[in-house]
Design a protein. Structure first.
Length: 347
């Protein structure tokens, strides 16, 4: 009878220690996970190129796919950083416009005392906000450099890693199982990225059209931000439609531009979410919707905004790993949508 409390205590301490390590080593782990997801994306791109050019050298195809992914990711990061710097330069004008909107709101409600921004949130220090944003951009760039290093070594060591997995699983006769699990994880990640890319592109094009139509500034920045936010489940599109709508309130003296941006994006998101996304997704992403929301909250709390982007890929990988051990198979079952998360070990 004494063994069970000890086992529970050990499990609790081990879980707490694992969570602490995930949080403490997040500056290293986040770029590593992003690099792994990009490496999976490169593998899918390599397979797509080989289907259309079967006689092309393997090294050339891998190099081309890697360069395409790096260039696209670097361009997106550059546009994001440039857009944030431009917003820092517009800081005083934005603060003044917010103050005007607050005063107009107070007059609309016939308040006795005039509302001002300083009376609601205190003194706004634009230099402090600018310093915070610029330091965030610097931290992002350092993380990107580390991610590129990881990404390069992963691409260079794909064949060696495959041989290592065979060696690790050989003594227990689990080499085929380990390879199958890794292949299934990679397949699920490829499908998830592919589906999110298609639906995100449709939504981003629609958002770009409406933002250009109303004359919103920094459209390229908002498009890149919106496309990235579509990878955050459940709330990404909503946040991506609210942010440019709020800045439309700051840019224009009237509110119809903000309303049009928000409403059009929401209409397109409803159409895509109910007609296109389910057809593309089908049964490939076997994650319970409630588990998706909980994982989004968990990884966002643990790793911040990067955790929100990586919530679904991390949940997919965790579900496959948990399914391989008897003591954690119940966790994988709870995370799955149909109660059968393991493609290798049939119940």
């Amino acid at each position: 009878m004494a063994a069970r409390p000890i086992s529970v205590a050990q499990t609790f301490i081990g879980t707490a220690a694992a969570l602490g390590m995930l949080w403490f080593f997040r500056p290293v782990l986040v770029p590593f996970v992003v690099a792994f997801v990009l490496a999976v994306l490169v593998s899918g791109l390599v397979r797509w190129i080989r289907e259309r050019a079967p006689h092309a050298p393997s090294w050339a195809v891998s190099l081309l796919a890697g360069l395409v992914v790096i260039i696209v990711a670097s361009a997106a990061i550059f546009i994001m950083a440039q857009g944030m710097v431009e917003m820092v330069g517009q800081g005083p004008a934005l603060v003044s416009r917010i103050d005007q909107l607050i005063q107009s709101t107070g007059r609309a409600f016939h308040l006795h005392e005039e509302l001002r921004l300083s009376s609601l949130i205190g003194t706004v220090s634009v230099p402090e906000i600018a310093g915070f944003i610029l330091s965030s951009v610097q931290g992002l760039l350092s993380g990107v450099l580390l991610m590129i290093v990881y990404f390069g070594f992963m691409l260079a060591g794909r064949e060696r890693m495959s041989r290592k997995m065979d060696y690790i699983g050989a003594p227990a006769g689990r080499a085929r199982t380990i390879r199958s699990v890794i292949e299934h994880i990679a397949s699920d990640l490829e499908t998830y990225i592919w589906v999110q890319t298609i639906t995100g592109t449709i939504l981003t094009v629609s958002a770009a059209v409406v933002m250009l139509a109303v004359g919103l500034d920094n459209v390229l920045f908002w498009c890149v931000l919106f496309f990235l936010l579509t990878f955050i489940p459940n709330i990404g599109v909503t946040v991506g439609s609210i942010a440019p709508a709020l800045f439309a309130l700051l840019q224009f003296p009237t509110i119809w531009q903000a309303v049009v941006i928000f409403v059009v994006i929401q209409i397109v998101a409803t159409i895509v979410g109910n007609m296109i996304y389910p057809r593309l997704q089908a049964e490939t992403q076997n994650i319970d919707p409630l588990a998706t929301i909980l994982s989004l909250s968990f990884w966002t709390l643990l790793w911040g905004l990067a955790g929100a982007f990586l919530a679904v890929p991390l949940t997919l990988m965790s579900m496959m790993v948990f399914a391989q051990f008897d003591r954690t198979r119940w966790v994988a079952g709870l995370l799955s949508n149909d109660g059968r998360p393991d493609p290798v070990r049939k119940p």
